[in-house]
Design a protein around this ligand. Structure first.
Ligand code: F3S
Length: 640
């Protein structure tokens, strides 16, 4: 039987398990990436494992999230990341060099390789045929230490592409169409593997936009074949030797097939506040726009920004529209500058920002109160922009650039001819010298830590019986932004768990932290898709520091579930989702944790005599990790 690309890569990297969907497989990891917001913790964890140097083919530590230097915290963290990378044999990418996924795609990602990153949009590298997955920082630390990465063997969905994009439709519209059809829960436990005759018409940046935002489907990852387009891309990046051909066998069997005819797509937009609330741009005609932001790891490539410059050239945005542009890398900026494409951006009224995540993570560029912001990013959760009532719409770079000129949503049929599809130039300038490669002699490197870098605390084992109150009851679709808000003030504390924990659920219930302090332990009750969004493990570490012992939910997002396991918090699933209504904040619970078995059911009782059945989808190993008080304890126990 023929194999999919996904099966080929997994088979080559399989260290344990069998390729049966839903069962656990352990994978050898070739590459890792970390970014600063989650990376300081990942590197503290790597140090705590105590093996010295990384054991991957390559590990890269990027600084792209918190590049603002308002006080000592961020610069101290960057210095720590630079020095710990040098000491540990990893590559360091300084602030301002670019956004981790764009840089990794351009400089390090390889077809056929496995990559995990402490950022949920790591699947961007799937655009060149890498099996790239977002993971918690601790999983990345362990992969850097040479340990396998464990996932449930995914189902493989073929997205069969036919036709060709026309007019103003872009790669972004392919993934928006999938989100429209499948919703943010539609990809859980699945890899989306693209194939069919439509693939060859998509550029590598288009493919990377699509795999990037496959994260919003909740997918394990997304992957494109490595073909002639991939070869051309890698050759232009000076990495022709990294290319291998990688396609699914003719007779490969998939668990599911989805058809998309590219020729039928038109410009689309995701409406506030979910990436799957997708409609056609023309359906919003007449709605005023206050801001457009072009950039992020989803749409900040050379082709995105060249198209933007072509659309804006010789024109000006209306004064009511704030236009922000964040290029994905210095390589992108160099190419634009060389072709005289920065000037049209500036003349159009755009603010050209640093090559970093910037407005995507609320680092500046927040919209006005209730302002409508059209962004080329991947997420539009409430408050993520830094403005709680900001109305964020997600669109392609072409759409955002055109709408910036219009000042309101209009029908793309009135936009005139679309900009031509952009190819990379022949002589792409290199930025390789901007990366800091580790020295031969690492003994001379001193790891420099500022006062904001606080070593990890030890966590206790899980007791046989957990007695705790429900201290918070939340609705469906709670994101990691709800659990731990983004923004400069908070993320500057990412390497200081006691300090950052004070912000847990601060925008949902300002008294939650005080209740946790008063009781010392607690349980959180949640609805469907709890913990969706970013991979930030602080959304599990913070609650654990405060004493949260379990979350009881209807369903859980994949990466957050892994983070809960890694930090020893019980992820319990209501057997009957309607039991959610039976439990209330303030209920005293007795959880017989010692009686839990993988996939088994236990009864939770309340002091007032209610009984609720909960189950789990934990493997034996995951249950042991939780019982030991988290993965670091479990690894240390194994080592000793
Ligand atoms: Fe950065 Fe936003 Fe991507 S925070 S890594 S640009 S999702």
């Amino acid at each position: 039987m023929g194999k999919s690309i996904t099966h080929k890569i997994i088979e080559q990297h399989l260290v344990s398990g069998e390729m049966v969907p839903g069962t656990e497989v352990g994978l050898r990891i070739d590459q890792t990436l970390t970014q600063d917001a989650t990376g300081t913790m990942a590197w503290l964890q790597f140090e705590a494992i105590g093996i010295g140097e990384v054991r991957t083919d390559i590990s890269v530590s990027y600084v792209d999230h918190n590049t603002l230097q308002m006080g000592f915290r961020n610069p101290d963290d960057h210095r720590y990341l630079r020095t710990v990378a040098a000491k540990s044999g990893a590559v360091f990418s300084p602030a301002g060099t670019g956004i981790c996924h764009q840089l990794h795609l351009e400089n390090f990602a390889k077809p056929g390789a496995t990559l995990i990153g402490s950022d949920s949009h790591t699947p961007t590298a799937g655009g060149i045929g890498s099996m790239a997955m977002g993971a918690g920082g601790l999983s990345v630390a362990l992969a850097m230490a040479g340990e396998a990465y464990f996932i449930p063997m995914p189902k493989v969905v073929k997205v069969h592409l036919t036709g060709e994009l026309t007019g103003w439709a872009a790669g972004k519209d392919v993934i928006l169409e999938l989100l429209r059809r499948l919703t943010v829960k539609g990809g859980v436990g699945k890899v989306f593997e693209y194939g069919g005759p439509g693939v060859e018409s998509l550029s590598v940046p288009d493919r990377a936009t699509i795999t990037n935002m496959g994260a919003e489907l909740g997918a394990t990852t997304s992957i494109f074949p490595s073909d002639a387009k991939t070869k051309d891309f890698l050759e232009k990046m000076g990495r022709g030797n990294d290319w291998i051909e990688l396609v699914a066998d003719e007779d490969a069997v998939f668990d599911e097939v989805i058809e998309i005819n590219l020729s039928e797509l038109e410009p689309m937009v995701a409406q506030p506040h979910m990436p799957d609330l997708v409609c056609k741009v023309k359906d919003l005609a007449g709605k005023k726009i206050d801001q457009c932001a072009i950039g992020s790891c989803t749409n900040s490539s050379y082709s995105d920004l060249k198209n933007t410059a072509q659309i804006l050239s010789g024109k000006q945005t209306p004064p009511e529209v704030d236009l922000l542009i964040s290029p994905g890398s210095k390589q992108v900026v160099k190419m634009l500058a060389r072709e005289g494409l920065i000037e049209p951006l500036l003349d159009a009224g755009a603010r050209v920002l640093e090559c970093s995540c910037g407005p995507c993570i609320g680092m500046g560029g927040s919209p006005t109160s209730a302002g409508v912001s059209v962004r080329t990013f991947n997420r539009n959760f409430e408050g993520r922009s830094g403005t709680l009532d900001g109305q964020v719409y997600l669109a392609s770079a072409q759409t955002a650039a055109r709408l910036a000129l219009e000042g309101e949503f209009t029908d793309p049929a009135t936009w005139g001819p679309a900009p031509e599809r952009v190819e990379l130039p022949k002589d792409v300038p290199s930025i390789r010298d901007l990366f800091v490669f580790p020295p031969e002699d690492k003994s001379v490197v001193e790891i420099l830590r500022g006062p904001n870098i606080v070593a990890l605390e030890d966590f206790d084992e899980l007791p046989q019986t957990v007695e705790a109150k429900v201290l918070l009851k939340v609705e469906d679709n709670i994101t990691t932004d709800h659990i731990l808000p983004a923004g400069a003030e908070i993320t500057a504390l990412r390497s200081n768990i006691p300090a950052i924990s004070q912000y847990i659920f601060s925008r949902v219930d300002a008294e939650f932290v005080n209740r946790m302090k008063e009781h010392g332990t607690g349980v959180i009750l949640g609805g469907e898709n709890y913990g969706q969004g970013s991979s930030r493990e602080h959304a599990a570490l913070g609650p654990r520091h405060l004493g949260v012992k379990a979350v009881i939910v209807k369903s859980l997002a994949r990466i957050h579930r892994a983070n809960l396991v890694n930090f020893g918090i019980l992820p319990l699933l209501l057997v009957d989702p309607s039991d959610y209504d039976k439990l209330s904040e303030g209920d005293d619970l007795v959880i017989p944790a010692g009686a839990m078995t993988p996939g088994g059911t236990i009864d939770i009782t309340t002091a007032s005599g209610k009984t609720v059945a909960v189950t789990n989808d934990l493997t034996k190993k995951e249950l042991e990790i939780i019982q030991s008080g988290g993965l670091l304890n479990a690894v240390r126990n194994n080592q000793s």
